[in-house]
Design a protein around this ligand. Sequence first.
Ligand code: 9YT
Length: 128
Amino acid sequence: MIVKSLEDIIGTEDETSGETWTSRRFIMKKDNVGFSMNDTIIKAGTESYFWYKNHIEAVYCIEGEGEVETVEDGKVYPLKAGTMYLLDKNDKHYLRAKTQMRMVCVFNPALVGTETHDEDGVYPLLTE
Ligand code: 9YT
Protein backbone atom coordinates (compact mmCIF):
# COMPACT_ATOMS: atom_id res chain seq x y z
CA MET A 1 0.00 0.00 0.00
CA ILE A 2 1.08 3.56 -0.70
CA VAL A 3 0.09 6.36 1.68
CA LYS A 4 0.98 10.04 1.09
CA SER A 5 -0.08 13.41 2.47
CA LEU A 6 -0.16 16.71 0.60
CA GLU A 7 2.61 18.07 2.82
CA ASP A 8 4.89 15.23 1.63
CA ILE A 9 4.53 16.51 -1.96
CA ILE A 10 4.53 20.32 -1.68
CA GLY A 11 7.97 21.72 -2.53
CA THR A 12 9.27 18.42 -3.97
CA GLU A 13 9.80 17.30 -7.59
CA ASP A 14 6.28 15.83 -7.50
CA GLU A 15 4.85 19.37 -7.53
CA THR A 16 4.65 20.78 -11.07
CA SER A 17 3.37 24.20 -12.18
CA GLY A 18 2.08 25.78 -15.35
CA GLU A 19 1.15 29.43 -15.89
CA THR A 20 -2.29 29.08 -14.33
CA TRP A 21 -1.99 25.97 -12.14
CA THR A 22 0.06 23.99 -9.68
CA SER A 23 -0.34 20.22 -9.56
CA ARG A 24 0.62 18.03 -6.64
CA ARG A 25 1.11 14.54 -8.05
CA PHE A 26 0.02 11.77 -5.72
CA ILE A 27 -0.14 8.79 -8.08
CA MET A 28 2.08 8.60 -11.18
CA LYS A 29 3.04 6.19 -13.94
CA LYS A 30 5.86 4.78 -11.80
CA ASP A 31 3.24 3.46 -9.37
CA ASN A 32 2.07 1.20 -12.20
CA VAL A 33 -1.69 1.16 -11.50
CA GLY A 34 -2.95 2.44 -14.89
CA PHE A 35 -3.97 5.96 -13.87
CA SER A 36 -2.54 9.01 -12.14
CA MET A 37 -4.10 11.33 -9.56
CA ASN A 38 -3.23 14.94 -8.74
CA ASP A 39 -4.43 17.62 -6.36
CA THR A 40 -4.37 20.73 -8.57
CA ILE A 41 -4.75 24.41 -7.72
CA ILE A 42 -6.10 26.67 -10.49
CA LYS A 43 -5.23 30.33 -9.90
CA ALA A 44 -8.08 32.79 -9.33
CA GLY A 45 -9.06 34.95 -12.30
CA THR A 46 -7.34 32.78 -14.91
CA GLU A 47 -8.46 31.20 -18.17
CA SER A 48 -6.65 28.11 -19.45
CA TYR A 49 -6.99 26.32 -22.77
CA PHE A 50 -6.35 22.58 -22.44
CA TRP A 51 -6.56 19.70 -24.84
CA TYR A 52 -5.61 16.29 -23.45
CA LYS A 53 -5.56 14.56 -26.80
CA ASN A 54 -3.38 11.74 -25.45
CA HIS A 55 -5.20 11.28 -22.13
CA ILE A 56 -8.67 10.93 -20.62
CA GLU A 57 -9.05 13.21 -17.60
CA ALA A 58 -11.67 13.29 -14.85
CA VAL A 59 -11.69 16.44 -12.70
CA TYR A 60 -13.46 16.73 -9.34
CA CYS A 61 -13.72 20.26 -7.95
CA ILE A 62 -13.36 20.27 -4.16
CA GLU A 63 -12.88 24.03 -3.56
CA GLY A 64 -13.66 27.28 -5.36
CA GLU A 65 -15.82 28.40 -8.27
CA GLY A 66 -15.42 28.69 -12.00
CA GLU A 67 -16.57 27.19 -15.28
CA VAL A 68 -15.48 24.87 -18.07
CA GLU A 69 -16.40 25.43 -21.73
CA THR A 70 -16.18 22.77 -24.43
CA VAL A 71 -14.67 24.39 -27.53
CA GLU A 72 -16.53 22.29 -30.08
CA ASP A 73 -20.07 23.28 -29.05
CA GLY A 74 -19.46 26.36 -26.86
CA LYS A 75 -21.34 24.79 -23.90
CA VAL A 76 -20.43 26.33 -20.55
CA TYR A 77 -20.68 24.29 -17.34
CA PRO A 78 -20.46 26.02 -13.96
CA LEU A 79 -18.03 24.49 -11.48
CA LYS A 80 -18.15 24.56 -7.70
CA ALA A 81 -17.08 22.25 -4.89
CA GLY A 82 -18.77 18.92 -5.54
CA THR A 83 -18.87 19.15 -9.37
CA MET A 84 -17.03 16.65 -11.57
CA TYR A 85 -16.33 16.76 -15.29
CA LEU A 86 -15.00 13.94 -17.45
CA LEU A 87 -13.25 14.75 -20.74
CA ASP A 88 -14.35 11.44 -22.23
CA LYS A 89 -13.94 12.65 -25.82
CA ASN A 90 -10.50 14.23 -25.30
CA ASP A 91 -12.51 17.46 -25.48
CA LYS A 92 -10.70 20.73 -26.14
CA HIS A 93 -11.79 23.08 -23.37
CA TYR A 94 -11.39 26.37 -21.60
CA LEU A 95 -11.15 26.30 -17.81
CA ARG A 96 -11.95 29.58 -16.05
CA ALA A 97 -11.40 30.10 -12.34
CA LYS A 98 -13.51 32.83 -10.75
CA THR A 99 -11.90 32.12 -7.37
CA GLN A 100 -8.97 29.83 -6.70
CA MET A 101 -10.13 26.30 -7.44
CA ARG A 102 -8.81 23.03 -6.08
CA MET A 103 -9.36 19.99 -8.26
CA VAL A 104 -8.64 16.28 -7.94
CA CYS A 105 -7.53 15.18 -11.44
CA VAL A 106 -7.33 11.57 -12.61
CA PHE A 107 -5.55 10.76 -15.90
CA ASN A 108 -5.51 7.63 -18.01
CA PRO A 109 -2.88 6.77 -19.18
CA ALA A 110 -1.02 7.82 -16.07
CA LEU A 111 1.10 10.97 -16.10
CA VAL A 112 4.81 10.48 -15.56
CA GLY A 113 4.61 13.57 -13.37
CA THR A 114 6.68 16.20 -15.19
CA GLU A 115 4.18 17.00 -17.96
CA THR A 116 3.26 20.60 -18.75
CA HIS A 117 1.11 21.82 -21.62
CA ASP A 118 2.63 22.56 -25.02
CA GLU A 119 1.51 25.45 -27.25
CA ASP A 120 -1.60 23.43 -28.23
CA GLY A 121 -2.65 22.88 -24.60
CA VAL A 122 -1.58 19.23 -24.95
CA TYR A 123 0.34 16.99 -22.57
CA PRO A 124 2.85 14.83 -24.46
CA LEU A 125 2.57 11.08 -24.02
CA LEU A 126 5.69 10.54 -21.89
CA THR A 127 6.98 7.10 -21.14
CA GLU A 128 9.59 8.01 -18.53
C1 9YT B 1 -7.90 20.75 -14.39
C2 9YT B 1 -6.66 20.71 -15.20
O1 9YT B 1 -6.61 20.13 -16.25
N1 9YT B 1 -5.62 21.38 -14.68
C3 9YT B 1 -4.36 21.45 -15.29
C4 9YT B 1 -3.34 20.64 -14.57
C5 9YT B 1 -3.57 19.16 -14.76
N2 9YT B 1 -4.87 18.73 -14.45
C6 9YT B 1 -2.61 18.37 -13.91
O2 9YT B 1 -1.55 18.02 -14.40
O3 9YT B 1 -2.95 18.12 -12.74
